[in-house]
Design a protein around this ligand. Structure first.
Ligand code: TRP
Length: 509
């Protein structure tokens, strides 16, 4: 069976960018920068981008392209001695992507759909209190207050899953590529409009100043560095097998290094730019409330679903248009990322069990939908969402990231991949990359990981830690079970792109 492929290189780039640009760029990055040193945060962020983001992105693109497979299929072929023992690592990634991120990610996109529909006049947005509006969606209570979800929200979540089903069901070219070719340009246009409008608001400059004024003393705080590294992982969709599978659909001669640089720069540039618009609006809210910026700024969920709506309500004419555009922007960014999370898992199952794309997608989406209801329950939902999100960000991504570097850098050998990149790209990649992947990146990440653990245990409640870790461990168990069964679709293990000259040592190596 021929493996599917992208129709064009731009299609691939848009899909990779679509996965990278997501909710995290809009609600996480600007707030994180503001809180962790403003303009000075760019220093740890850029360091994290170059020390770990770009090297790992190149690594994932390279292995996906060379072995043309999903994460489990690729890792199955990494041998230690005679036996292949790494398949489970691939499953850990894609299982966490699907059941550790996608399941709550779709609920958040569901909130966006709910707000979006409200903005079309179903609710008089100028009369509601945003706090109450959102409070009604999430309810109140602790981890074990399970109450039925808001019916309209449940419908919105179903819509999100159906969209996911539709595009992944259709396959790489007709589904994923098309979706991203629609969503990404629209996203760009919307952001430009929102930006222009927000700059005209009184107080905008004050907000932007608060976003950018550097506080260099923050750089001595290791938590700031930890945030920068975990944000880079999340934002570039690393470690969970996504970029591996996207690169596996590339044609034989592809520009691996260049695509990785482009993806990373477009994504991080987008985050930085969106920060201007986010803080212009926050500055405006501070202005109308007559308060300083630090009194109105909130993070993640609160930022997108309470602070922003409150600010928009206070705007003059066309506020509904601004409201709709803002939630469309979140929707497009979020959807294109969620497709990648689903695809990583679906393609893995397909590669191993030889099941059809259609059937695999339907089953995966059904299971995912049922699990996602937990995060939509009033009371309990938001607590679980926060704990699972925290677990993925602080140990899921980083831990798998370290293992990926070690397994691919040492057991598979980074220098083999370096040659592959060189021949495929037609221009060499420096030795620096091998040094990064084998030594620097995993060591830095280990420090960050250990620190993250200590921090969680000190600062968070026991239930919080147990729920996060519990979820994490259940996923690892699932990954273990998936890796144990027999590999049915052995043809998938034989795919790959290689070049004749690849095995000959290059003059400079
Ligand atoms: N990058 C996306 C964001 O910033 C989220 C995302 C998509 C993701 N796929 C991922 C995060 C894989 C981690 C791993 O919102």
């Amino acid at each position: 069976m021929e493996r599917e492929s992208w129709k064009s290189r731009t299609g691939f780039l848009l899909a990779a960018v679509g996965s990278a640009i997501g909710l995290g760029n809009i609600w996480r990055f600007p707030y994180m920068a503001y809180k962790n040193g403003g303009g000075a945060f760019l220093i740890p962020y850029i360091v994290a981008l170059f020390v770990c983001g770009i090297p790992i992105l190149i690594l994932e693109f390279a292995i996906g392209h060379k072995l043309r497979g999903s994460a489990p299929s690729v890792f199955e072929r990494v041998k230690s001695g005679k036996k292949s023992t790494f398949q489970m690592l691939g499953w850990v990634g894609v299982t966490l992507a699907m059941f550790g991120i996608q399941v709550f990610y779709c609920v958040v996109i569901g909130w966006c759909v709910y707000y979006l529909v409200a903005g079309f006049g179903f609710v008089d947005i100028s009369k509601i209190s945003s706090g109450k509006f959102f409070g009604n969606l999430i309810g109140s209570g602790g981890f074990f207050d399970f109450n039925a979800p808001e019916v309209w929200l449940l419908l919105a979540i179903i819509v999100v899953w159906i969209l996911n089903l539709f595009f992944v069901f259709k396959g790489v070219e007709k589904g994923l590529e098309r979706a991203n070719k629609i969503f990404m340009p629209l996203l760009a246009v919307i952001v430009v409009i929102l930006m222009i409008r927000s700059f005209m608001l009184p107080g905008a400059m004050k907000g932007i100043k608060a976003y950018l004024i550097p506080k260099f003393d923050k750089l001595t705080d290791i938590n700031v560095w930890k945030s920068a590294f975990s944000q880079i992982f999340f934002t570039l969709s690393l470690s969970f097998g996504i970029m591996i599978v996207y690169a596996s659909y590339l044609p034989r001669r592809s520009k691996i290094k260049r695509s990785a640089l482009q993806t990373a720069l477009i994504n991080c540039g987008f985050s930085f730019i969106v920060g201007f618009f986010v803080f212009a609006v926050i500055g405006y809210l501070a202005f109308v409330n007559g308060k300083p910026v630090d009194k109105v700024v909130t993070k993640s969920v609160g930022l997108a679903f309470v602070t922003f709506p409150t600010a928009i309500q206070k705007m003059g004419g066309l506020k509904n248009v601004f409201w709709i555009l803002f939630f469309l922007c979140l929707l497009f960014a979020g959807l294109s990322s969620s497709l990648s999370l689903l695809e990583a898992f679906v393609s893995s199952v397909k590669d191993k069990f030889g099941s059809s794309r259609e059937k695999t997608t339907i089953i995966t989406v059904s299971v995912g939908f049922i699990l996602s209801i937990l995060f939509a329950l009033k009371g309990a939902g938001i607590n679980w969402l926060d704990a699972v999100d925290h677990a993925m960000n602080n140990y899921g991504l980083v831990l798998t990231g370290i293992l990926n570097c070690v397994v691919l850098g040492w057991a598979y050998k980074a220098k083999v991949l370096r040659r592959h990149i060189t021949v495929s790209d037609g221009i060499g990649i420096g030795k620096w990359w091998v040094v990064m992947v084998k030594y620097v990146t995993p060591s830095v990440l280990t420090v960050i990981f250990v620190w993250g653990l200590i921090f969680t245990f000190m600062k968070k409640s026991l239930t919080y830690v147990l729920v996060g870790w519990g979820w994490f461990l259940v996923m690892i168990l699932a990954a273990f079970l998936l890796s144990r069964s027999k590999w049915k679709n052995t043809a998938a293990l034989k795919l790959g792109h290689s070049f004749e000259d690849e095995d000959n040592p290059l003059p400079y190596s």
